[in-house]
Design a protein around this ligand. Sequence first.
Ligand SMILES: [Fe+2]
Ligand SMILES: [Fe+2]
Length: 475
Amino acid sequence: MSSINYNDKIPNNVNLSEDRTLQRALEHWQPNYRKWWNDMGPEGSQDFDVYLRTATSVDPQGWASFGYVKMPDYRWGIFLNPRDAERQVNFGEHKGEKAWQDVPGEHRANLRRIIVTQGDTEPASVEQQRHLGLTAPSMYDLRNLFQVNVEEGRHLWAMVYLLHKHFGRDGREEAEALLERNSGDEDNPRILAAFNEKTPDWLSFYMFTYFTDRDGKFQLCALAESGFDPLARTTKFMLTEEAHHMFVGESGVSRVIQRTCEVMNQLKTDDPARLREAGVIDLETIQRYLNFHFSVTIDLFGADESSNAATFYNTGLKGRYEETKRDDDHKLYDRTYNVLAVQDGRLVERSVPMLNALNEVLRDDYIKDSVGGVNRWNKVIEKAGIPFRLKTPHKAFNRSIGTLSGAFVSPEGVMMSEAEWVSHEREWLPTNEDRAFVASLMGRVVEPGKFANWIAPPVMGINRQPVDFEYVRFN
Ligand SMILES: [Fe+2]
Ligand SMILES: [Fe+2]
């Protein structure tokens, strides 16, 4: 195999060219990654020149450089935030010890599992989104899709770097397996359920990047607290990219809402049938999509009570959101936390040891954060003078993981019989008709500055370029 100049090919700040073993491992993995990208990445896009940002360093100004790139040639780099030599393990039974630069032997299996689970979500979302480019509502949106895709690819590189660098042969095997599982594959699916769902249309894409990439943010924030320093430094840098993904989601949904409200006011109607005739997505349908993506995403935080979560915390591997900003002992032995449970056909709160409830703690932090954007969407509706308001459903609604799975709870949090729940399901979750209608709107609009009828243009372009900038050259 010919050797590669890694400083050219793979921008990095980890002295890649000085670590021969690591370099060989990545040389072996890279062609398989490329093959995966060509087979499973954005469909039919290999020759496009796309106006993308590429990370070339981690300093605040320098990490995003913009230019036209063919995506298969994207310079997927490896970046860790700078090391703080004084950093300690900040929670759990090792609190106060020096942060680990190498994997502690006794935590090796758990740490590998955490890294593999995070790593698996990154290529999964690229696979879920691979057909969307064919129906982009604008060139601007097409570019944003591709930006998200290449950065999820980079996040895979980030996790594969850790596996190769710190986990020897097991790590190399896991890195291969990350390219072998596929989203929705019956025989070899992705690890987490939400990453095996389809992302069939652009409303789903915006909801996914708003809600599910935000799950990514919270998982990364928890890992950024890890006592395993290379994981903390890697995930910190990933978070800078994640912000753009959530922006794509929040602004995307916001623009859909804005366009719907414009047409509602033009036609002076709130009748979903008339709005659909006019080619925009009624707010009721947007609410059902929201309910679906919210409930599927909060399942990703795992069971409300989990001994694994306790172990990950206790052993210093995975912290809480903003761990070091919290004012407590960071050991949590005596603390409790309330989780929901079903008792005699009612939802009740139950106090459990906090260490076992850390999935729920992270889920609740996530819920607080995700409500913010929903409130901003409601401002758009309010400004248009329309009385409708969107709402995140109750956290017990439509759950498939933990004690609430199998409970029949309305979006308002009312427990009911299965029969009653099913009789309302069409009001709460996207129906086949909803999905078919949204799919019928999807058509490719890619002339610079043009937008599909069902979505408003953005206020600003990317990197201070105009909205009608040529973000993608099709060649
Ligand atoms: Fe990611
Ligand atoms: Fe993301």
